[in-house]
Design a protein around this ligand. Structure first.
Ligand SMILES: Cc1cc2nc3c(=O)[nH]c(=O)nc-3n(C[C@H](O)[C@H](O)[C@H](O)COP(=O)(O)OP(=O)(O)OC[C@H]3O[C@@H](n4cnc5c(N)ncnc54)[C@H](O)[C@@H]3O)c2cc1C
Length: 330
């Protein structure tokens, strides 16, 4: 905003009251902007409600990478694959998948990795700024975060990823435990697990609680958060944009997996394909001491109060498609 030759916007509409929309609104308020956040359902109604709550810079890496092609795109057409692509004739999705495959090279993965570095360095301090500025929720340490494997061989992929992160200037603080030592460190694991890699310095949030706390803070600072307010059209005007019949200086599209339709109205040609994941929260006889990561299945477990949220897998399908129970069963 400060670099723009134009006057900074005074009134901004933000579409979507998830983590992205509300934190954007909060930081716009820091810059003196009057915000209105509109959500068709309510605060944290999308993936910001059901995610695993991990704030893990050592796991933040681009999804397209050479190993995916090695593993075989064909395997991804199986509904039990951690990364699943259901058969589709949707030309937009096919176009997106072709672009995804083109990005699975070392050079492109490394370029994307470098582009992420400033974002990763800014992420935890941004949570710090929210909390120092009055958001009444806290991140908590995830120390350690435990990745569990049936064999040392199975952990090779993760250790290679860590070596690669180190080579791009993002060293990961971790240790490795084998056999009984591994299970002693995390008694919730069964004796099928013979190796764990524990990483340190990562953090967690209770996702829905955190997002609601940001909404409370946005309201307390004079912003409007309108629930049950679906936006179907945006109209550019000479001086700004009309959203839901109101004039604003600018609009932020932060409505997650549903972004494409309104983005197209704004002239954005780039296709955004949401990766769908699943989560459910259960009680367990033995709660894990901390978060667990089963990298090969792409499943994580997060202790949330007296329950555990199990989350993960990814599939690329139409945003409106019904959920696929096979993904949860497998
Ligand atoms: C199972 C799972 C686990 C995950 N675990 C993690 C994790 O551990 N760590 C992590 O960093 N990320 C995780 N993620 C990703 C993370 O949840 C998302 O990146 C994040 O929540 C996206 O936030 P958002 O605000 O963009 O979207 P959302 O939270 O989906 O919010 C979009 C909002 O827009 C609203 N909306 C949609 N259309 C309209 C419209 N037309 N008009 C008005 N409102 C509209 C919706 O109601 C919704 O509230 C996970 C995702 C999943 C699915």
């Amino acid at each position: 905003m400060t670099r723009s030759p134009h006057k900074p916007p005074a009134r901004v509409a933000v579409i979507g009251a998830g983590m992205v929309g509300l934190s954007t609104a909060w930081f716009l308020q820091e810059a003196g902007v009057q915000v209105t956040v509109l959500d068709r359902t309510g605060v944290a109604a999308g993936s910001s409600w059901g995610n695993a709550g991990w704030l893990t810079s050592s796991l933040a890496a681009p999804l397209p990478e050479p190993a995916i092609l090695k593993y075989g795109l064909r395997a991804m057409f199986s509904p039990s694959s951690p990364l699943y692509i259901p058969p589709t004739a949707n030309p937009r999705l096919l176009k997106w998948l072709a672009q995804f495959a083109r990005n699975c090279t070392t050079a492109r993965r490394d370029r994307a990795m470098r582009a992420m570095v400033p974002l990763i360095h800014g992420a935890l301090p941004a949570f710090g700024a929210l909390e120092a500025g009055g958001v009444k929720a806290r991140t908590r340490p995830a120390d350690p975060l435990t990745a569990a494997f049936r064999s040392a061989q199975d952990s090779k992929g993760l250790l290679e990823e860590f070596a690669h992160l180190k080579s791009t200037g993002r060293p990961v603080d971790f240790d490795i435990l084998d056999g009984a030592e591994a299970r002693n460190a995390e008694p919730a694991l069964t004796d099928e697990i013979t190796r764990v890699v524990r990483f340190h310095g990562e953090r967690l949030i209770d996702p829905a609680r955190y997002v609601r706390a940001i909404a409370d803070s946005v309201r307390a600072r004079g912003g409007l958060v309108a629930e049950g307010a679906e936006v179907n059209t945006i109209h550019p005007t000479r001086t700004g944009v009309t959203v839901a019949g109101e004039d604003y200086d600018a609009v932020v599209l932060a409505h997650g997996a549903w972004i494409n339709r309104l983005a197209r109205q704004a002239g954005v040609r780039q296709i955004v394909q949401a990766g769908r994941g699943y989560s459910f929260t259960v009680t367990m006889d033995q709660l894990p001491n901390g978060p667990l990561y089963f990298t090969q299945q792409k499943v994580v477990c997060t202790p949330l109060g007296d329950r555990v949220r199990i989350a993960g897998t990814m599939e690329f399908r139409d945003v409106g498609a019904p959920k696929d129970p096979r993904r949860i069963q497998s």
